[in-house]
Design a protein around this ligand. Sequence first.
Ligand code: F6R
Length: 613
Amino acid sequence: MCGIIGYVGTKKCTPALIDGLKKLEYRGYDSAGIAVVQDGQIVRVRAVGKVAELEKAVAQDKPQGTCGIGHTRWATHGKPSEENSHPHTDCSGEIVVVHNGIIENYLTLKEKLQTLGHKFQSETDTEVIAHLIEENLKHTRSGSHEQRLFRAVMKTSAELHGAFAYGVMWAKTPRQIIGVKNQSPLVVGLGKNENFLASDVPAFLKYTSKVLFLEDGQTAVLTPDGVKLYGMDGQETKVKTTKISWDEKTAEKGGYKHFMLKEIYEQPQGLEDTLRTAREDFGRILGLKTTDLRNIKNVYLVACGTAYHAAMIGKYYLENFAGVTASVDLASEFKYRTIPPAENTLCIAVSQSGETADTLGAVKKAKELGFKRLAICNVLGSGLTRACNSVFFTHCGPEISVASTKAFTSQIISLYALAIFLGHASGNISQKVFNKLYKELMAVPKAVADTLKIEYDVRHLTKKIYKSDRFIFLGRNVDYPIALEGALKLKEISYVSAEGFAAGEIKHGPISIIDKGTPVLILMPKNLLFDKMLSACAECRARGAFVIALTTPDGKEEAAAVSDKQIIVPQASEYLQPVLDIVALQFFAYWVAKRLGRDIDQPRNLAKSVTVE
Ligand code: F6R
């Protein structure tokens, strides 16, 4: 996720900017840049790659000045490149902007600004902010430069749609930075004769621990002498500061003990950000000649690990909503099995990183077979996005923890969105059905936020069983891949044996491994298959298992009669229930591993991105 830093004070700002960017590196990024007001002009230095590259470029250009902004970019609009790196400028090069988030109406704004004569230099949504401020400044002629910039920024913010946080500097106001927050993070650090703007506290914690957390819709005006805060109506509001007692490492994790836990909690936001662009993006993808999705008859889903489990759920969605035949392959297997050539075939590759060697290999084979290729991916500019005809981005932000959590849920809802848009476009589902499914989909971020409340119960439950050397997870239908994912999550971070099965399969063999006290987690939301799951509980209990029923409020009583413990998650529609169920299992894995004292964010033998075959 992009990182913002700004400094205005009495000292030279470049060291504080570089320092801040280094502290924001943990958020993930592909390029970085700074801009400084020097002798009434903007000096801008940007570089692709690590902050170390920027530091080398800065050493050559040596921007001097006491007011500056910087940025680490995680590409969302336009590939990682120097032109697309922030800060971005207006036509005059006097206004510079750094931004985190997505400007949803940027294309409309860009076209409007272009007709007014504005020339754009990048593919980013951010650049429209700089040009829009330039345009709005033309209509705010009275008052000081500082007052004019403030009014132009207020007007600009009102014209932007989406979730964003941005920082602005103008060559004519060398003692002022303005920051705006709307649904993306932005904080202010208050120092002595110096103030800071940042996406996150670690960026300036070395200099000050006095922090002002901006609220959505607020605009902060920073000068060396102080900070003023304004609401959306332009009225000044009271500045309430907080004293931070975190050390730098805790601050990086937003106060959470591990990135994994932080990322579990980031899921409602990640889902909302992913869904925000779904209608427009799938509209574009479905309209593409290169994939001709409306005529697709067969789909091969390919992926590895957690992404493979999302792909498994995608098969249910595509067959049920889009009415196409879909099969799922582990990417490493797809590469080496015989696949008959077929017309109107689409290969969907699902990957967080977009750099997994096996998935890239599978896509290469799909290309050789003449299949169209669609990537569902979290990293713009990655190998996978280049190897496919079209891409849908999961906007859940960079995932730092090796164990994937928020990428998984964003992959599931992306596949759901794809299936219903495709089903609607091909006439497989009516407008009425589509509307209902779409409404249910849009309700998922809030339902996940409600599900997060079960952490305490799950944590408590693990106390009794965390020392078990074997865990079993059972699910059916769309919850079968969730059982597999729950087991994978647990084994990768706790190093104990965990297996997931389709509930109907246990009697065909796996039941023999159930012993007295073996914890068996049974996914049994109250839906059509609930009664079958009650039987699974009884079968396991009869063999001495410690049965934990994961159910919904309506199933609580019946589940309690056949299980030892219950985890109650909110009820969603049958096909979206997995997104809520997995949250409980993510907490489960986290708390077992935590109690065992494992290295949760960096489990042994594992890498975040597996770039070798
Ligand atoms: C598990 C995990 C891995 C990845 C797999 C694919 O928590 O993170 O199983 O899901 O290596 O990675 P991507 O999605 O980057 O292709």
